[in-house]
Design a protein around this ligand. Structure first.
Ligand code: TRP
Length: 336
């Protein structure tokens, strides 16, 4: 077993991402780029939330491929599996086990009001399964096992983090101190990337229009083509305005990728048209993602090395998770 790295001075961070072979530029600029940035300052635990993925029906071979792919992508982005704990959720059985203890301390009504449950059950009326309903309890277990100080989450997961805090507080009040109450982490930078075809919607890989989103692993040509086709507005000037959501979204993306401010960008493209700007954004995004894709292609080829890394990651995670789990079990009154 690899040695446990103890970093007593660092605050702890935990986050998870659902496996998808098609993580988008939105996932990158909104979340993953921050994960990479956080690894120096914090003691980080990152997981591929594969158990959460089956709340929606998955084709087994595709799911397996997506889990590998997502793990490999985390490494390709520059997340260091030595410095951090990087693992696959289902490899640590304490997530599902703690989830049961927490379920018995969570009210039906609390879950029923979760907006994501309401949305997803409307989208998949043929499969409103109990797992979809109790999804936030499993997510609470993911978090609470590792006692993180902070959990970086996007707007769509804030309600789930809130409920994890409620469950933890209640559990601590009933049984005594077991869990740390985590705070949401709002990154200093972090872009909300909208669809390239309809800037009123968030960029999403489930969009039927393939031109609406850019995958982290898209080819350079595809990326440039998608940016060339991005919808812009009527003003024909590169200026950030709320009433001009198309161009503003492109400015947000360009700013997140280059680190330039809106003002600098507006200046840089003063007197230039949308065409020039779209090409610049496309090329810059493609150049940023190219080395990630290159590293990914290398990493995914070597299944043995990958296996070794996720196995070590799971061992490191389990070491921490086990302690919390058994402490909770003992407090509830189980015979250990
Ligand atoms: N539900 C999250 C999402 O879909 C993924 C997730 C699972 C997660 N467990 C978590 C995020 C724990 C933060 C912490 O985005």
């Amino acid at each position: 077993m690899s040695e446990q790295i103890i970093q007593p001075n660092k605050k702890k961070v935990l986050s998870c991402i659902q496996p998808s072979g098609m993580l988008t530029l939105g996932n990158y600029l909104g979340a993953l780029k921050n994960w990479v940035a956080m690894q120096d300052e914090f003691d980080c635990t990152f997981a591929v939330a594969d158990l959460h993925a089956i709340t929606v029906r998955q084709e087994p071979a595709a799911l397996r491929q997506q889990i590998y792919s997502t793990y490999a992508l985390l490494l390709a982005l520059g997340i260091d599996p030595e410095k951090n704990t990087v693992f696959i959720q289902s490899h640590v059985p304490f997530h599902t086990q703690l989830s049961w203890l927490l379920s018995c301390n969570t009210q039906f009504g609390e879950m029923a009001r979760m907006t994501q449950f309401k949305d997803k059950s409307q989208k998949h009326p043929e499969n409103v399964n109990v797992g979809l309903f109790s999804y936030p309890v499993l997510m609470a277990a993911d978090i609470l096992l590792y006692k993180p100080d902070f959990v970086p989450v996007g707007a769509d997961q804030k309600q789930h983090l809130e409920i994890a805090r409620d469950i933890a507080t209640r559990f601590n009040n009933i049984y005594g101190d077991v869990f740390t109450i985590p705070e949401p982490y709002i990154p200093k930078t972090g872009a909300r990337v909208m669809s390239l075809q309809d800037p009123a919607k968030k960029m999403s890989k489930s969009d039927e229009n393939a031109n609406a989103w850019v995958a982290i692993l898209d080819s350079k040509d595809d990326i440039i083509r998608k940016f060339k086709r991005a919808v812009t507005d009527s003003e024909a000037a590169v200026r950030f305005r709320e009433e001009q959501p198309g161009i503003s979204n492109l400015i947000t993306i360009y700013s997140a990728v280059t680190g330039k401010t809106t003002e600098e960008i507006e200046k840089e493209f003063e007197g230039k048209g949308y065409g020039d700007f779209k090409l610049a954004v496309g090329e810059t995004v493609a150049d940023t993602l190219a080395p990630i894709k290159q590293r990914y292609d290398e990493i995914i080829k070597d299944k043995k090395a990958l296996e070794q890394l996720y196995t070590e990651g799971a061992m490191k995670a389990e070491y921490v998770a086990k302690k919390t789990y058994f402490k909770a079990m003992k407090k509830v009154g189980f015979v250990l």
